[in-house]
Design a protein around this ligand. Structure first.
Ligand code: GAR
Length: 219
């Protein structure tokens, strides 16, 4: 089995990054996490990655005159390490069309809502305001339009009557930690792949697999 050389881009605490690194510790996991890059030098996730034994570097966007220059530095770091797949995990910079074109279908993201609902920021606040009964998270291939692109996997959680933004965010985050490693495994192995602007599943992966569309209770 080939393990695809993979990078994780973060901006903050990196809890999704930790779940990806932990899953990729297994020798049969189809992605190898080679480097973590943060655009913020003070991101707590950098230290967490190093503690887990993964190289972690800061490339501070403020050190660069333009977005393109910043992304050029990120691209160089990815090229130096032979990276083939990029996972955004709480990476809070909008990437340019040029960078995204370079990565094509090989850049994926996790977003804390059931896309296409609640794109952008403040997802949990808006979910509560709108009165939806079900919230969740989405792993998708990244396209230039924000929070859009072929959906690899989604997990749903209930919105409870007494939820605050914090309690809902915690429930969704827990689902994110379970979903992202599963989605990465499917995608890195080629069992889930882009066809048109949708994801199709191959081999023993089925689109009816609960791991792809929701979470089995207690898992
Ligand atoms: C996660 O909830 C992730 O879905 C979200 O930021 C959080 C990062 O947490 N991403 C976005 O909102 C991207 N638009 P983490 O750093 O602990 O993984």
């Amino acid at each position: 089995m080939t393990r695809r050389p993979t990078a994780i881009l973060i901006s903050g605490r990196g809890s999704n990054m930790v779940s990806l690194i932990a899953a990729a510790m297994r020798p049969d996991f189809p992605a190898e996490i080679r480097v973590v890059i943060s655009n913020r030098p003070d991101a707590a996730g950098l230290e967490r990655a190093r503690t887990a034994g993964v190289e972690a570097i800061a490339i501070d966007h403020k050190d660069y005159a333009s977005k393109e220059d910043f992304e050029g530095a990120v691209q160089a770091a990815l090229d130096e390490r032979g990276i083939q797949l990029v996972c955004l995990a709480g990476f809070m910079r909008i990437l340019t069309d040029g960078f995204l074109r370079r990565w094509g279908n090989n850049i994926i993201n996790i977003h804390p809502s059931l896309l296409p609902a609640f794109k952008g920021l403040d997802t949990h606040h808006r979910a509560l305001e709108s009165g939806v009964r079900i919230a969740g998270c989405t792993v998708h291939v990244v396209r230039p339009e924000m929070d859009s692109g072929p959906i690899i996997a989604q997990a749903a959680v209930p919105v409870l009557p007494d939820d605050s933004e914090d309690t809902l965010a915690a429930r969704v985050l827990d689902a994110e930690h379970q979903l992202y490693p599963r989605a990465l495994a499917l995608y890195a192995s080629g069992k889930a792949r882009v066809s048109g602007e949708r994801i199709i599943f191959e081999g023993d992966a089925k689109s009816s697999d609960p791991a792809i569309y929701s979470l089995p209770a207690g898992d």
